[in-house]
Design a protein. Structure first.
Ligand code: NAD
Length: 266
């Protein structure tokens, strides 16, 4: 049983010739070389539901923190400043949120946004439209980038989603949105994001995940006050750990006692 910091690769598997089954107590699985586990006939299961709610709640904290300059306000008080003009914020009600990837986390975020009176649109070419919440409107990626005042990423890291947000896609953005990423760091080109934040094309960013974790000390994202950063804590709640751990343990028991597999990865 592993979490996302264990890289399942050739080096690891060579040390474990009798390994039959891996359960990752996470919803992401980009840390596992699935082509390799398949050739070795190792079953791999994951726990997709374990932390979706917790990731969605953390996601929701980020547009709130960005739009109301929460972190800047906190540090203003810490340095004994009561100057409120630089902390002028924006209401979320009435704004359009664009969700890229309307899966487990994306759908929960859609409901939070709806409760806040936001318009919700999404880009996800793989879901059936009747599985989307009734208030959410399907759109193209380019239209979503063009017409959203907040954009949130909830896709898995794949060959297609790597650097989905890059210099060329950023050119479609024109409402100085808040960009939220709690999916995987490599979905965003950080270099291009830093340029867009500096020029003002992207207004602010709330990031829980980074291309390199821990975030290197020379990252340009560390210098920008309009960036709210958290150290990949989307799934770090007591309840999410309990759900994911119990879910993973149950899958091992089911596999060895009843030969049952669930949430099997290809
Ligand atoms: P999910 O599989 O339920 O949903 C992903 C959605 O993305 C699916 O609906 C899929 O159709 C869609 N998608 C895939 N490729 C796409 C593309 N190219 N363009 C648009 N949509 C695409 O996954 P989830 O449980 O909602 O998790 C979403 C992401 O959040 C994953 O990257 C996961 O690793 C990450 N996550 C991070 C944390 C954290 O601690 N920050 C916690 C949980 C999940």
């Amino acid at each position: 049983i592993i979490r996302s910091q264990t890289q399942v690769n050739k080096v690891l598997l060579e040390k474990m010739p009798n390994l039959k089954v891996i359960v990752t107590a996470t919803s992401g699985f980009d840390h596992i070389d699935l082509a390799l586990t398949q050739t070795k006939n190792i079953k791999v299961m994951y726990v997709p539901e374990g932390n979706a709610l917790s990731a969605a709640e953390l996601t929701w904290a980020l547009p709130m923190a960005c739009s109301r300059k929460l972190v800047q306000g906190h540090f203003a008080i810490t340095r004994q400043s009561w100057e409120r003009q630089p902390l002028m914020g924006t209401d979320l009600e009435g704004l359009t949120l664009g969700i890229i990837g309307l899966g487990r986390v994306g759908k929960k975020v859609a409901h939070f946004a709806h409760a806040f009176g936001m318009h919700v649109q999404y880009f996800d070419p793989y879901i059936l439209p009747n599985t989307a919440p009734h208030f959410a409107e399907s759109t193209s990626l380019m239209e979503l980038l063009r017409s959203s005042e907040a954009i949130t990423l909830h896709v898995p890291l794949t060959k297609t989603t790597k650097h989905l947000i890059n210099q060329s896609t950023i050119e479609n953005i024109n409402l100085q949105p808040i960009l939220i990423n709690t999916s995987r760091g490599q979905v965003v080109s950080e270099q291009d994001l830093a340029i867009a934040l500096t020029s003002g094309r992207i207004g602010a960013a709330g990031l829980d995940v980074f291309e390199k974790e821990p975030l290197p000390a020379d990252s340009p994202l560390l210098q920008l006050p309009q960036v709210v950063r958290t150290p990949h804590i989307g799934a770090t709640t007591t309840q999410a750990f309990a759900r994911a751990s119990m879910g993973a343990a149950q899958k091992i028991v089911d596999y060895f006692k009843r030969s049952v597999t669930s949430d099997l990865l290809p």
